[in-house]
Ligand binder design. Structure first.
Ligand code: PBG
Ligand code: ZN
Length: 326
């Protein structure tokens, strides 16, 4: 035994103080973006059964939620609108008084320093549930771009701080950048859902946003989950077109992609810890099968370790509480 040669890695793990000194990755409340579902109407506070702790809220119930987010020190929210009326062209997405525009105005008035990110897509506003215009059962690319640019401009006029297009049409960043610049919003950043996979992990979100496609699926525009090189092509296009942030979505099953994006591009990377990832953790925690706090902190730290600068997560309020208590 005396002459045995080996390295003593455990020296740096001896106690919590030294572990904290050598820790490579830290999760901060500043990293968090909290998604909120805003429903048109009044007195709405509908729990989403597959997402315990998450609600559809009408504007009269939004104030409390927003104040809580700010009090917890979370710097930003991303808003999703649920309109009363849907139609084939998703008119309510770009109407100046659509629910999303009203929600943006409300939040900016109440909490001017909270960064409001607007999700820019049509699927919550179309009666067919697809993210673009439909003709003969196909989602049309170029005619959809025009509506996305109009949506982004309407959101910008309402006071959105960041535009986050999530529809996966080709050229959507170029079209939105051009539209925003023409309308006098050259200063507004675009947080592009650059790498968005066609994923079963969005199931609970579609319940929450009433946005399940009425026919077919989203595979002709969202990416095949088997592909990695394609993620680089998507991200490259979005950077060329003027994206200021790159989102990878979902997060947990795609940490390799988060790392690839981080290594290949020098703009901030955002991981979207999506609804299905949240639902799985909540279900297991409610059964007492896992320790929710420990699982969530480990999971979100792994996203940062993979290269995410920011994380969109339904756990944000809980995480802010847990980090604040440490
Ligand atoms: C809209 C959109 C979706 C999500 C964010 N924006 C759903 C989809 O593409 O079907 C999913 C978010 C989540 O699952 O938490 N295009
Ligand atoms: Zn969509």
């Amino acid at each position: 035994m005396k002459d045995l040669q080996f390295n003593r890695h455990r020296r740096l793990r001896n106690n919590e103080t030294i572990r904290a000194m050598v820790r490579e990755t830290t999760l901060h409340t500043n990293d968090l973006i909290y998604p909120i579902f805003v429903a048109e109407g009044s007195k709405i506070r509908n729990p989403i059964s597959s997402m315990p702790g998450v609600y559809q809220l009408s504007l009269d119930n939004l104030g409390e939620e927003i104040d809580e987010v700010v009090a917890l020190g979370i710097p930003s929210v991303i808003l999703f609108g649920i309109p009363l009326e849907k139609d084939a062209e998703g008119t309510q997405a770009y109407h100046d008084h659509g629910i999303i525009q009203e929600a943006i105005r409300f939040v900016k008035e109440r909490q001017p320093n909270l960064m409001v990110i607007a999700d820019t897509c049509l699927c919550e506003y179309t009666d067919h549930g697809h993210c673009g215009i439909i003709e003969n059962g196909q989602v049309l690319n170029d005619p959809t771009l025009d509506l996305l640019a109009r949506t982004a401009i309407a959101q910008a006029k309402a006071g959105a701080d960041i535009i986050a297009p999530s529809n996966m049409m080709d050229g959507f960043v170029a079209a939105i950048r051009y539209g925003l610049d023409e309308a006098g919003f050259a200063h507004l950043p675009i947080m592009s859902y650059a790498v968005k996979y066609a994923s079963a992990y969005y199931g609970p979100f579609r319940d929450a946003a009433n946005s399940t496609p009425q026919f077919g699926d989203r595979k002709s525009y969202q990416m095949d989950y088997a592909n990695r090189n394609e993620a680089m092509r998507e991200a490259t296009s979005d950077v060329e077109e003027g994206a200021d942030f790159l989102i990878v979505k979902p997060a947990l099953s795609y940490l390799d992609i988060v790392r690839d994006v981080k290594n290949n591009f020098d703009i901030p990377v955002v991981a979207y810890n999506v609804s299905g990832e949240y639902a799985m953790v909540k279900a297991a925690a409610q059964n007492g099968w896992i320790d929710e706090e420990k699982i969530v902190l480990e999971t979100l730290t792994s996203m940062k370790r993979a290269g995410a600068d920011l994380i969109m997560t339904y756990h944000a309020k809980d995480v802010a509480r847990w980090l604040g208590a440490k």
